[in-house]
Design a protein around this ligand. Structure first.
Ligand code: ATP
Length: 853
């Protein structure tokens, strides 16, 4: 706990609200105690020094609920009833059964009941103000954090809106601590915007005192363009009136417009005297639609004032960083594109047949809600249509767009999707990758490039340098950053430094990294604007329903005894991947799903295992060294040839390949505990076209060698998907495997030959594949971060019934309780025999060494 303020005058609690109109922003203390800034000499109007914005509380812990000191634990369950977890004093409202929220006043946790009548409304609201933590079938858990409130404020919610809605949905009276917290955060966050208007950068706020305070900061004032101390004051920009293309509203307006044009044409014909049409009603109606639309715009002219000062365009990053990090007063970025007359307009609109889905519209309304473009991140599951979201954003702004993606393949896809969904002239969509270097035209255009192409520091070829110069010289209306979670912050810095853009839209399926670099995105791109619910989209048929299962494969005695003696992680890892029982399980599952008509992708991060499995089972495979022609051939056959239902892929399949649709995925070796990779792989089967067929399920299997570290990593990897509501069933035995014809490694001889081969492999055979240009690996950071998320809540393995996996009648499941045995424990060898045998071997080896000396 940080020390409390010394001066009593400065320790006014947040409940002592600053008068409305807020002339002095509250100071936010790192202490649990929420303190207002009244009386704080550093913030007084006559003070020369700027006020100090201390660290904002990210972990929610108000003083009202502190643990009772000196209370000794009585029993094992005591920790569950500590003062900071015992909310017995909260009064239930009489109609609590109609309200869906439970609020934890200490940690800011919110539990939402999915079976409540007002679930949908509460969910739509919560997604704006809190971070989703887990969304299982009956309960969703969120946390109110400073970041989530920042995002709420930046999409236009006020403190009063947030408190009123929380009160409305809460089963108990809204705790004071939550009201205080919301007050405290909203007083500072979202107050100041960075606006690029007429190609000049302004720091803008409707509260002049916040700007005055900023200008007293020497770093900020040094970035100011004007000399004078005066602030500019003008009417706030026109809000609303903006219609996002592809929505019903846009469709209605288009129809009205068409009717009006038709009416005008008829009128002209009547004037010529040859008109006999009687369709007057349609015309009047169309006119009415349009006038109402225009009137709405006019109504918006009744506007407030905003104040601003101009800053030097070259010092944007300094201002942003200083405001975010030192002053804890993050700047929201907004682009008044409708007022931008300097940058040419791009001739682009969605094709008339293109309709965006409701969640795509929700996400975009967060971006364009106030008639300007707000920078931020939109999170949608794989296959839910992020590309169309990016394209619709481009069609809304109608200015030059730069799209950054992770590979040349995905750059090609982006271009194709722009042409598919919009009426853009294909010549205006240019690709800039290592293999394709289109020239950027002077007119408004769309350029699609890879992150590495833009951030490359080495000397470029002449044509590449020319294109790069054209990109950096001009201003871009919108920058779309695809797969934003995988790109290192340093790379973003370089991107935003080099390319001048008015607005940024980050797209991702998982705002998740194994390090904590994800927080940098808040400052480098903007707050998370929208996050969809995976299970809801799968229930609605927008993405496929998936059955996830972990198949436990016992190690053979010989493999396991070598495993426990192996000196290096690489050797251990190779032995667990090459476990003959795992091989058999893989063979059985492939056979089982091929017979069901599934298309199967088997993933192995280890190349030695990839080749052994694929060649052993006579299936095609692709890894980093596979040539482009062969890759294309394999993928085309997988897509169109009924005889090729299974392919094996290395890590290359995660980001660098345009994979055809699959309906079953099997992982035989995977990348430590990366939740991101797990989610990304699951995404490969979420887009299955057959998803709307009755009873259709896609399948996701992880094959894990029992009593090895694979079990520990596997549960780490699943954590994100479990939080999204996916249940991993554990399969302990594949019934029918023993009677399967042509099962590999049935005889002891075959097993021993395999073991010898594995033992003869060099250390590097156990390495994970290194992909050239894989800028996005999070292996090292994952390890640094301690191998997973803090607190490692692991996952719940659930018992399954045979029928719960469609067609899985041959499998048996086992349940074990979360917390009953840690995953690390499960990873240890259990059988006393192994321990004894290992000790025996160790003794023999020691004796042999001594003999040799
Ligand atoms: N509004 C829509 N109407 C019809 N089809 C749509 C719509 N939105 C997306 N789709 C289709 O859904 C599929 C998945 O879209 P897309 O590839 O953009 O998903 P994604 O979220 O970018 O996936 P990934 O994360 O795997 O790249 C595509 O076939 C796309 O055409």
């Amino acid at each position: 706990m940080a020390p409390k303020r010394k001066a009593p005058a400065a320790s006014g609690r947040a409940s002592k609200r600053v008068a409305s109109g807020v002339s002095t922003p509250v100071s936010i203390d790192s202490d649990d105690d929420f303190s207002g800034s009244e009386g704080n000499e550093s913030t007084g109007p006559n003070s020369a020094a700027p006020p100090k914005y201390d660290k904002v509380i990210n972990s929610y812990k108000p003083s009202a609920y502190v643990r009772k000191k000196g209370k000794q634990p009585q029993d094992a369950a005591d920790r569950l009833f500590r003062a900071d977890r015992d909310f017995a004093d909260q009064q239930l409202k009489s109609d609590h059964h109609l309200r869906p929220l439970w609020l934890d006043p200490v940690h800011g946790k919110v539990v939402l009941e999915t079976f409540s009548p007002s679930f949908k409304q509460a969910q739509n609201f919560l997604i704006n103000v809190a971070e989703p933590q887990s969304r299982t079938t009956n309960m969703h858990e969120y946390t109110i954090t400073a970041h989530s409130l920042f995002a709420a404020v930046s999409v236009g919610l006020t403190e009063q809106d947030i408190v009123r809605q929380l009160e409305l949905f809460s089963k108990t009276k809204l705790p004071d601590s939550i009201i205080e917290y919301v007050h405290k955060v909203t007083q500072s966050f979202g107050k100041v915007r960075l606006v690029l208007k007429h190609n000049r950068y302004f720091v803008e706020s409707s509260d002049a005192s916040v700007l005055q305070m900023l200008l007293r900061d020497p770093i900020i004032s040094a970035c100011r363009v004007e000399e004078s101390n005066e602030l500019r004051t003008e009417k706030a920009a026109k809000m609303g009136g903006l219609v996002i293309p592809g929505t019903k509203e846009a469709q209605g307006n288009k129809e009205a417009q068409a009717r009006m044009e038709q009416q005008q044409q008829q009128q002209r014909q009547r004037e010529k005297g040859d008109d006999d049409s009687d369709d007057e009603f349609g015309g009047q109606e169309a006119e009415k639609d349009m006038t109402e639309f225009l009137r709405e715009e006019e109504d918006d002219d009744d506007l407030d004032e905003v104040h601003s000062f101009e800053i030097d365009g070259g010092k944007i990053q300094t201002v942003q960083e200083h405001c975010n990090v030192q002053l804890e007063l993050p700047l929201t970025e907004e682009y008044d594109f409708r007022a931008d007359e300097q940058n040419a307009t791009l001739d682009i609109d969605l094709k008339p047949a293109t309709q965006i889905r409701y969640y795509q519209e929700h996400a975009l309304s967060k971006m364009f809600g106030n008639g300007r473009a707000r920078s931020g991140i939109i999170v949608l599951p794989c296959g839910a249509g992020k590309t169309l979201v990016g394209i619709t954003a481009a069609c809304t702004e109608k200015k030059s767009v730069i799209v950054l993606c992770t590979s040349a393949t995905s750059a090609g896809q982006w271009r194709a999707e722009f042409i598919k969904w919009s009426n853009v002239n294909p010549d205006d969509v240019i690709i800039f990758t290592s293999s394709e270097k289109g020239r950027v035209p002077l007119r408004a255009c769309i350029i699609v490039c890879t992150y590495s192409m833009v951030t490359q520091n080495t000397r470029r070829a002449y044509d590449s340098q020319q294109t790069m110069d054209q990109i950096t010289k001009r201003e871009w209306g919108l920058m779309v950053l695809d797969e934003v979670h995988v790109v290192p912050a340093e790379m973003f810095r370089r991107v935003t430094e080099r390319i001048k853009t008015h607005s940024k839209l980050g797209l991702t399926a998982t705002l998740l990294r194994e390090d904590d670099k994800i927080k940098d995105l808040n400052f480098l791109i903007g707050p998370k604007l929208y996050e969809a619910n995976w299970l809801q989209l799968s229930e609605e048929g927008h993405i496929a329903r998936v059955q996830c299962a972990e198949v436990w494969c016992p190690m053979t005695i010989e493999f396991h005894s070598e495993y426990i003696q192996a000196k290096t992680t690489n050797k251990r890892s190779l032995l667990s991947i090459m476990n003959p029982r795992k091989f058999q399980a893989c063979q059985f599952l492939i056979d089982f799903h091929e017979r069901r008509g599934d298309k199967i992708i088997v993933f192995s991060d280890n190349v030695y295992a990839l080749k052994q499995y694929a060649e052993g089972l006579k299936k095609p495979y692709i890894f980093g060294d596979t040539g482009q022609r062969e890759r294309d051939l394999v993928l085309q056959n997988f897509q169109y040839n009924d005889a090729v239902s299974t392919i094996f892929l290395s890590k290359i399949g995660d980001t660098s390949l345009d994979l055809p649709e699959a309906t079953c995925l099997i992982q035989i070796s995977s990348h430590y505990g990366s939740r991101r990779q797990e989610a990304q792989r699951l995404g490969r089967i979420l887009r299955a076209k057959r998803r709307n067929d009755e009873g259709f399920n896609a399948f996701f299997y992880s094959l894990v060698s029992k009593d090895t570290m694979e079990m520990y990593y596997s549960s780490k990897r699943q954590a994100f998907l479990v939080d999204q509501g996916y249940a991993f069933k554990v399969i302990t035995h594949l019934n029918g495997i023993d009677s399967m014809p042509n099962l590999r490694f049935e005889t002891q001889d075959e097993k021993m030959t395999l073991l010898t081969d594995v033992l003869l492999q060099s250390e590097t055979a156990g390495d994970e594949e290194k992909i050239v240009d894989d800028l996005f690996s999070d292996k090292s950071t994952f390890r640094k971060a301690g191998g997973g998320r803090k607190g490692g809540s692991g996952v719940k393995r659930q018992a399954g019934t045979l029928s719960s996996l469609a067609g899985g009648e041959d499998m048996a499941y086992l349940e074990y309780q979360r917390g009953s045995r840690s995953n690390k424990e499960l990873a240890k060898p259990k059988n006393a025999f192994f321990g004894k045998e290992a000790r025996e071997r160790e003794r023999r080896k020691k004796a042999q060494r001594e003999m040799l000396q």
